[in-house]
Design a protein around this ligand. Structure first.
Ligand code: COS
Length: 384
């Protein structure tokens, strides 16, 4: 749903300009230093990028899902590390509070996330439980008006920067599955939280992940999202439904950028006396990439519109995540291939993007988890 096309066009044009003029020229520097310059972060705040999806009443831009994916297509036309910094505030770092939080929780946290004053982070994965998230073992034991949290969360995006964590922990030790899990809002600096060292990743330098360790971390009982125990896994799944759609849109945007780079290279690079773009085997790679990007873009827009219309879209979100992330991997691979030797060295962006986009097929649910969700929902619907 697009509320006001003119206002949206202005926003999309400013994002496009910011990406082209400010972010693209800093890609290599960020990849080398593993840091996003503070001046760029300040500009991201000014543009409202930390609060794209947070409703206006909490200080965000309140974009609908369709508007958000259109913005994501633009944001992603550069290194995904930039998006990662404000991505959690729009996605998995804020949505638990927004979807299932109490009004008090929303008022306490969302305005600070929307402005970019603090970064939100989502702590679900553990050393022993990744895809099998419902079996997580981090515990939260009630003690009067508090809970005491113990456990380790792993690969937590933006944990080094985070001001607040959404933490999934088991409040009912007698229930081993998803039903015993609750979601907590835990402020950075609460005694008992410590961070591991930053993970050394394959790509996306500038975006940081690390372990978050809870040792007798005492949080007020009012921190439980929605005020009710046992709802945390469902909250996490609802958050991921939206997150998966957002990541799918990012996959489309990055793929468009990679294809644009590959096309430009193919038109400039001469072999056998002519630009390699004239060769049909190169054209096949360009054409397949174009068609697949178009398909993913159309899927993402359709799922976003359905969500805006109030439909439950877990199957569609998983279809988008599966197709768009796998498509993005294929486009990255073809881009390297079109660049030839130049695609294997780090002077060109193709090599960096090839590593950066590998994560899309893994985080917010692997491709195999998306397949499982899609098939399970099909079987459930057919049996209903
Ligand atoms: N929205 C709302 N509720 C949902 C839901 C969704 N999208 N998906 C599942 N639920 C509910 C189910 O309806 C079920 O409720 P009831 O107990 O009332 O019937 C409950 O949650 C448990 O669901 P399910 O039985 O499907 O849980 P499973 O343990 O079998 O596993 C998978 C579900 C594997 C799909 C889930 O663990 C998953 O998505 N894993 C991947 C985790 C992930 O993406 N990690 C990335 C880290 S975050 S960057």
């Amino acid at each position: 749903m697009i509320r006001d096309q003119e206002t949206l066009n202005i926003l999309l044009a400013s994002i496009r300009r910011f990406v082209r003029e400010q972010l693209v020229p800093h890609e290599q520097q960020v990849a080398e230093t593993d840091e996003i310059p503070p001046a760029l972060v300040a500009q991201m705040r000014e543009l409202g990028l930390f609060g794209l999806s947070i409703p206006e009443q909490y200080g965000g831009l309140g974009l609908t899902m369709e508007e958000e994916v259109l913005a994501a297509f633009e944001i992603a036309r550069t290194s995904p590390a930039f998006r990662s910094l404000f991505g959690t505030n729009n996605g998995i770092g804020s949505q638990g509070i927004l979807i299932d939080g109490t009004e008090e929780q929303k008022n306490a946290w969302l305005p600070r996330m929307a402005s970019g004053e603090i970064v939100g982070s989502f702590a679900l994965t553990e050393p022993g439980y990744g895809s099998d998230a419902g079996s997580l073992t981090t515990s939260a034991v009630r003690d009067g008006d508090h809970y005491i949290i113990n456990g380790t969360k792993r690969y937590i995006t933006n944990a080094p920067e985070a001001g607040v964590f959404t933490v999934m922990a088991r409040t009912d030790a007698t229930r081993k599955g998803p039903g015993g899990v609750s979601a907590f809002i835990v402020e950075r600096g609460t005694p008992g939280i410590s961070l591991g060292k930053k993970d050394r990743k394959m790509g996306q330098q500038g975006a940081h992940t690390c372990d978050v360790i809870f040792e007798n971390c005492r949080v007020p009982a009012s921190c439980i999202i929605g005020g009710k125990e046992g709802q945390g896994f469902k909250t996490a799944m609802k958050v991921l439904d939206k997150g998966r759609l957002h990541i799918s849109a990012i996959c489309v945007g990055v793929a468009e950028r990679m294809l644009e780079d590959a096309l430009r290279y193919a038109m400039e690079r001469q072999q056998f006396g002519q630009p390699i773009a004239e060769f049909q085997l190169i054209q096949a790679m360009l054409a397949d990439s174009k068609a697949e990007i178009y398909a993913a873009r159309s899927m993402v827009l359709d799922a976003a519109r359905r969500r805006d219309n109030g439909e439950d879209i877990p199957t569609e979100a998983s279809c988008c995540k599966l197709f768009a992330s796998e498509m993005c991997g294929r486009v990255a691979d073809r881009s390297v291939q079109i660049h030839g030797g130049a695609g294997y060295v780090s002077d060109y962006a193709a090599e960096r993007f090839y590593r950066d986009v590998r994560l899309f097929r893994i985080y917010e649910g692997t491709s195999q988890i998306q397949q499982l969700v899609i098939a399970r929902n099909m079987i459930k619907a057919a049996g209903a």
